[in-house]
Write a protein that binds this ligand. Structure first.
Ligand code: HEC
Length: 158
């Protein structure tokens, strides 16, 4: 009996760490069902512009579906979600020149990892999962950034 309580206690030290943050994500998971945390975050934030299909709105919001940027090295989509994006970009025959706001304050490293893992595996996309550690590294490396990245400096105009 005592042994069992101890085991449960140890399990919780390993699995329950992170406190309130993790608890709220578990709640969201519950609401989202099988889709997981990434689907929930997509459905409450990104969907407004990039749409349920991931196809965006031609000329206004670019598609995440089959985007080379979404599926390329994780560094670029992480930078975009943390700090936002501005400037011209050509995607699938349409030109976009708008601004995406930064989500780095609203979303934890784990949130960013979850939502990007989701978009990299949905809408016909196929790319590796993103980890919270990758997000933390890029967050630290870009901590002094106060304005959105430009499509030119990220080299993603075309
Ligand atoms: C209020 C609208 C809006 C929301 C919400 C939004 N985006 Fe964006 N997103 C944009 C716009 C506009 C652009 C293009 C900016 C430009 O023209 O330079 C963009 C571009 C992107 C790109 C680059 C795509 C490419 O092919 O280069 C990625 C990746 C991206 N968004 C991911 C996300 C994710 C993930 C979320 C949710 C956390 C999200 N966006 C939420 C408007 C939005």
């Amino acid at each position: 009996m005592t042994g069992r309580v101890l085991v449960l206690g140890l399990w919780c030290v390993a699995a329950c760490g992170g406190g309130a943050d993790r608890a709220s994500r578990a709640e969201r998971d519950g609401e989202a069902g099988a889709g997981g945390a990434g689907a929930t975050i997509y459905g409450s934030i990104c969907i407004t512009c990039h749409q349920a299909t991931g196809e965006g709105l031609p000329g206004t919001f670019p598609p995440l579906a089959e985007s080379p940027v979404v599926q390329g090295p994780a560094e670029l989509p992480i930078k975009i979600v943390l700090h936002g994006l501005v400037g011209r970009m050509d995607r699938g025959g349409s030109t976009y020149n708008a601004e995406m706001t930064a989500w780095g304050v609203a979303l934890t490293d784990q949130d960013v990892a979850d939502v990007l893992t989701y978009v990299r595996s949905q809408f016909g996309n196929s790319a590796a999962a993103v980890t919270a550690a990758e997000v933390a590294t890029i967050r630290a490396a870009t901590a002094s950034r106060e304005s959105p990245f430009t499509t030119e400096e990220l080299g993603i105009v075309h």
